[in-house]
Structure formats: C-alpha cells, structure tokens
Design a binder for this molecule. Structure first.
Ligand SMILES: Cc1cc2nc3c(=O)[nH]c(=O)nc-3n(C[C@H](O)[C@H](O)[C@H](O)COP(=O)(O)OP(=O)(O)OC[C@H]3O[C@@H](n4cnc5c(N)ncnc54)[C@H](O)[C@@H]3O)c2cc1C
Length: 377
C-alpha cells in the first residue's frame, strides 16, 4: 500500500501514472479498490507518491459565483439528477468536437468511467450513480485527447478530479473539469449485491437502473430498475433498500468520512449539486422537477457558463447562502463504528440479510447505530 487505507480515495492517479505498470487496483475485503505495488516490477521512481493528491493536498481559495439552473429541455431535465446543468455543459463540448468523460453503468451493471463523443451516448453519463465509479485508465485517455488539442470535459467526484489534476501536472486550456458536492460513495460490490437481490426477487436480469428517477418528484426521488422481462419497478427514496443503505452512511468508502476535497479544496472548474436549500432563498423557482446548484470556481468556468446560458434558465445566487442548505459542501458525513464490520459483511452476505443487520428498524439496531456514531466522534 502507498498510503494508509483509511485515507486512500482509490482515485487511481498512481495506477494511471506508473510507467512500469507495477501498480494494480485490487479489490479488498471491504469491497473497494486500492492500489497495490508489485515490488518485482517497481523501479522506485517515486512517481506514485508524487502523484497522490493526498500526499500533495492543494488548497485553492478562489472567488466563487453561484447559480440556480434548469435545463430548458424538459426531457433532459427529467433524466438528470437535479436541473440538468451537466448535460448543458457536456453538449456544448460535444458540439465543439470534444469528448466527455464520466461515470456510466456498463456491462453487468458495473459503474465505470467511460468517454462519450456524441450526444446519443451522453445519456450514459447523465444521472447520478450512487456507487464509486472505477476510474480505470480514464486519466491516460483524457491526457491523450488533451495533447491533440481536443476539448475535454472530465467529470467525477472531487477526489477523482484531484487525481486527474495531479496526474496531468499542468494546466490545459482545452480541459473543463466538473465535480459535485459529494455525500460519499458505496462500493461496486455493495451495488452488485443489491442487483443480485433484485434479480432473484423479480426472476429476471436487471438491464437498467436510475438512481434518481423523478416519477414522484425531485425531492422525493426514487430508484427505478428495469428488467429483461420488460417489467420495471420504482421505489421511493424511503422505500428502496439500496437508497436507504446509501443514506444510512454506514456503507461508504472509509476515506469518505474524512474527505479532504471539500470547502476550499475543490479543484474543479465547476461544482454541481442539487439545490436543496432553494426554498429558503427563492421558493418560486422550485417546481419539484429538479434544480441544479452550479458553483463556478475558476474564470474558465465563468467563460464556459456564458456559452451555455441560452439553453438554461439561470438565476444568480449569493454563494454563501447557497451552500448553507447543503452541508456536504464543506463537511464529510459523520463517522460510525459500524462502517468497518458492515463493509466486510457487504462482500459476503446476501443483500437483504445485510440490510436487516445494519439498517433494520428494530430497537436494538437503533441503539446500536446511535452508539456507533457517538463512540466514533
Ligand atoms: C455519489 C454521489 C454523491 C452525491 N452527493 C450529493 C450531495 O450530498 N449533495 C448534492 O447536492 N449533490 C450530490 N450529488 C450530485 C447530484 O446528485 C447531481 O449529480 C448533481 O446535482 C448534477 O446533476 P445534473 O442534473 O447537473 O447532472 P446529472 O446528469 O445528474 O449528472 C451526471 C454527472 O454526474 C457524474 N456521475 C454520476 N455518477 C457518478 C459517480 N458515481 N462517480 C462520479 N461521477 C458520477 C456523471 O459522470 C455526470 O457527469 C452526488 C452525486 C453522486 C454521484
């Protein structure tokens, strides 16, 4: 291991940079990927240490401007998690002959970073997947595109953007980076276990999943699962067991409880989020169909936003007031002592049993959860 497991975000910068291919991202017993060095191949060049965003934390105090935005295309907005800000930015890059990198559900429902070059494929990136996306060699591919002079939009969690920036190690005029206010990420292993549970329950393969379906509204969002049989199931956020386990904060990657990429440490050009606090600022613009909070962290972001405002309804908002309603902007979720046993169980237990053990609403479970959070503080 390069760095204490508790802090490693699995951003994959070390894996991408290693000239000897001596680093592999290996699946650990907690269900997450961590870099491991093959000492027989390692030539001690030290690049993996130099590239690690945690070993080289950067603080960026910049003037920020904030907007509430809604994509004017209602079809796009309905398929986006919040107001569809990401799609507006990505479509512009594609219109200019560029390429967009982001998280998609790929074969067998794994969540992985892919690249898209046309608007039809952008649908794969649209919408939040509440799973840590495997970055694979996306930084290498992005650099190859950047070096040709092509426009690149790279989107990901704040720690993935920090990984990309460290990997590139120089500013590119043709790069636009987009992250989001991040609650934390569960593993692909937990997600796979839920998919299996759903397949067994419905006796059919899962063919698509939408973590932020808006059939019952934006605030009261749902998980929509489509099956090979042609059936589909929609369960609201307070009914679906995966969304409930995500929001219980028990199954997140250990580093998410002490995230170093919040507040002044967002390294992206643009940070997106759900504008949850809008009712305290301007309730008239909330029609419960989705509203994005867009924070421009750099001058490049301001420029790029000017180019897409014509496809958006946008409202300028005081930056300080908009992050008040979204505590994850500056704070990690609270630690719980249940995290470590829950993650170990997540790779070996049936999903329903796991859910009942850690998230079930029995009196004993409620006491256990309270105690585990208190003792972890
Ligand atoms: C794991 C996770 C946690 C989040 N936590 C919060 C939160 O606490 N508060 C909040 O306000 N907003 C949170 N968001 C962001 C929010 O859900 C929306 O993604 C954001 O508002 C942008 O919405 P949009 O409508 O503009 O675009 P959308 O089309 O919904 O956004 C899609 C973009 O998100 C990227 N993306 C989707 N899933 C992942 C993933 N697993 N890893 C990396 N990138 C991904 C895609 O690549 C694409 O660029 C979270 C998102 C994720 C994925």
């Amino acid at each position: 291991m390069l760095i204490n497991k508790k802090f490693c975000t699995g951003c994959g910068a070390c894996f991408n940079i290693c000239p000897q291919k001596a680093i592999q991202m290996k699946l650990h017993t907690d269900g997450f990927l961590y870099p491991e060095i093959n000492l027989e191949l390692c030539i001690n060049c030290g690049l993996c240490k130099k590239v690690c965003p945690l070993e080289n934390l950067k603080i960026r105090k910049s003037k920020k401007t904030a907007y509430a935005v809604i994509h004017k295309d209602e079809e796009i907005r309905s398929k986006s998690s919040s107001g569809g800000a990401f799609s507006a930015l990505a479509e512009k890059v594609i219109d200019e002959g560029g390429v967009c990198f982001g998280a998609a559900l790929v074969k067998n429902n794994f969540v992985r970073h892919i690249s898209c070059e046309n608007k039809e494929d952008l649908g794969k990136l649209r919408g939040s997947k509440y799973v840590q996306s495997e970055i694979s060699d996306a930084y290498i591919s992005a650099k190859t595109e950047l070096e040709t002079g092509r426009k690149v939009l790279f989107s990901g969690t704040p720690c993935q953007i920090a990984g990309l920036k460290q990997y590139l190690n120089k500013e590119y005029e043709n790069l636009l980076t987009v992250d989001f206010i991040c609650h934390g990420v569960p593993s692909n292993a937990l997600w796979q276990s839920y998919v299996k549970y759903k397949e067994k329950l419905n006796d059919s393969k899962v063919t698509a999943a939408f973590f932020r379906d808006k059939s019952y509204g934006w605030k009261n969002f749902s998980m929509k699962i489509e099956f090979e049989s042609g059936d589909s199931k929609i369960e609201r956020v307070h009914e679906d067991l995966y969304l409930k386990s995500f929001l219980s904060n028990i199954f997140l990657r250990p580093s998410c409880y002490n995230c170093r990429f919040k507040a002044d440490n967002y390294l992206s050009d643009i940070t997106l989020a759900d504008f949850w606090g809008i009712n305290k600022i301007n309730p008239a613009i909330n029609d419960d169909k989705g509203l994005s909070l867009v924070v421009a962290n750099t001058a490049k972001a301001d420029e790029q936003l000017k180019n897409v405002f014509h496809v958006l309804k946008s409202y300028s908002i005081n930056f300080e007031s908009c992050v008040v309603g979204n505590p994850s902007y500056s704070k990690s979720v609270s630690k719980t002592l249940l995290n470590s046993p829950a993650l170990k169980d997540s790779v070996r237990m049936d999903f329903l049993k796991l859910y009942k053990k850690y998230c079930g609403m029995t009196l004993w479970n409620k006491i256990k959860r309270k105690l585990a959070s208190k003792l972890a503080q």
